[in-house]
Design a protein around this ligand. Structure first.
Ligand code: MRU
Length: 358
């Protein structure tokens, strides 16, 4: 069974519900979000996380902003100004994954197309429809990425990093969908998941998803990856992405860059899987990607337990950037970009501008 990470409950006056991922795997609990501050807090604290999923949460957050305007009985102009102010709060909740701003801006574009005297109810109806559309599209994109990804995965073990499955998206996932699609087609191979320090998305979330689906998974400490690759048990690495620049440089969960270097050193192909909404062609190279720095406590007190003296300092970047030259292929909903060059990126993503989406 594919878990659902977030859902809208009710009609236009309804609310967003999301799985509180900070509680997994111990507890499967749904968090109701009835206003924008609750959504912003959920994104910042990683109750909802993963680039596509925070984009979808941001889009539903826009519908909630219009709901706030209805409840506050705001006049049309005031309602529009309120929703646009909320857009900025949502878009800036986390800085690295471009999908968040992309989805919120898509909703702002929808508002721009409405008549200037559209009232709060009209805004809410249009914004919920747009959020639903973004959610539905993501489901289809995940399916296509899963199929393209399964086709490029060679026979043999697969190593993944962080969580890129249903919890991280509106559908079956990106990199993890490639793995589960291959498995569901009858192929059998070992699946390895890096635990993904400091917040253990690999151990807590990827392993949970795979166990839910009955797919055997082996979790390893991030620092065991070099040794595992040396044993020859891994035929390919596959990871997700939070932002991919025009030259193919890819920001993803901290540790991805190190894994890509290890894969190259051991002659193992290294794939990235991401929808076209994760590309930010306005940035030339990965050096321009903003890297989120998170609280020291995540490193010093993993899972709430002291692992270092309280007065130690911590270095806690949430993401790193893998240079394009280390990536064997980027799997998108339109197909696989390989080799990863500016030209190939344009060629494959051109399908997007031609409206050739799955
Ligand atoms: O900090 P997180 O857990 O939101 O980081 C998530 C990742 O880095 C994922 O690999 C990425 O968002 C791709 S999700 C399909």
């Amino acid at each position: 069974m594919i878990p659902v990470s977030l859902r809208w409950v009710g009609d236009v006056a309804g609310h967003l519900e999301l799985i509180d991922q900070t509680l997994l795997p111990a507890e499967l609990s749904w968090l109701p979000c009835r206003d924008v501050p609750t959504v912003v807090e959920a994104i910042k604290s990683l109750r909802v996380r993963g680039a596509p999923a925070i984009g979808i949460a941001g889009a539903y957050g826009m519908a909630l902003a219009a709901g706030e305007a209805i409840r506050g009985r705001m006049a049309a102009g005031h309602a529009r100004a309120h929703v646009l102010a909320r857009a900025e709060e949502l878009a800036t909740a986390r800085p690295t994954a471009v999908n968040l701003r992309w989805a919120v801006e898509r909703c702002v574009g929808m508002i721009d197309r409405l008549p200037s005297d559209a009232d709060a109810a009209a805004l809410a109806t249009a914004l919920l429809a747009e959020a639903d559309a973004i959610h539905d599209e993501d489901r289809r994109l995940c399916e296509a990425i899963g199929l393209h990804g399964a086709a490029v995965l060679p026979e043999g073990g697969v190593l993944t990093h962080c969580n890129t499955g249903a919890l991280a998206t509106g559908g079956a996932g990106t990199a993890l969908a490639a793995i589960t699609t291959a498995w569901d087609s009858g192929r059998r191979f070992e699946v390895f998941a890096d635990e993904t320090r400091p917040l253990f998305q690999g151990a807590r979330l990827t392993a949970w998803e795979l166990v839910q689906r009955g797919i055997p998974v082996t979790v390893l400490c991030d620092s065991a990856a070099a040794h595992l690759l040396k044993t020859g048990r891994v035929a390919a690495c596959i990871v997700g992405a939070d932002r991919i620049t025009a030259n193919g440089d890819t920001a993803n969960k901290i540790g991805t860059y190190g894994l890509a270097i290890l894969a190259e050193a051991h002659g193992v192909p290294f794939f990235v899987a991401a929808p076209s909404s994760t590309f930010d062609l306005s940035l030339d190279t990965g050096a321009e990607i903003p890297i989120e720095e998170r609280a020291a406590a995540e490193v010093l007190r993993p899972l709430g337990t002291a692992a270092a003296p309280d007065n130690a300092k911590a270095f806690n970047p949430a993401f790193d950037v893998t240079p394009a030259r280390l990536i064997s292929g980027i799997i998108t909903e339109h197909g696989v970009i390989s080799p990863v060059t500016r030209e190939q990126i344009h060629l494959v993503l051109r399908a997007r501008s031609l409206g050739n989406s799955p």
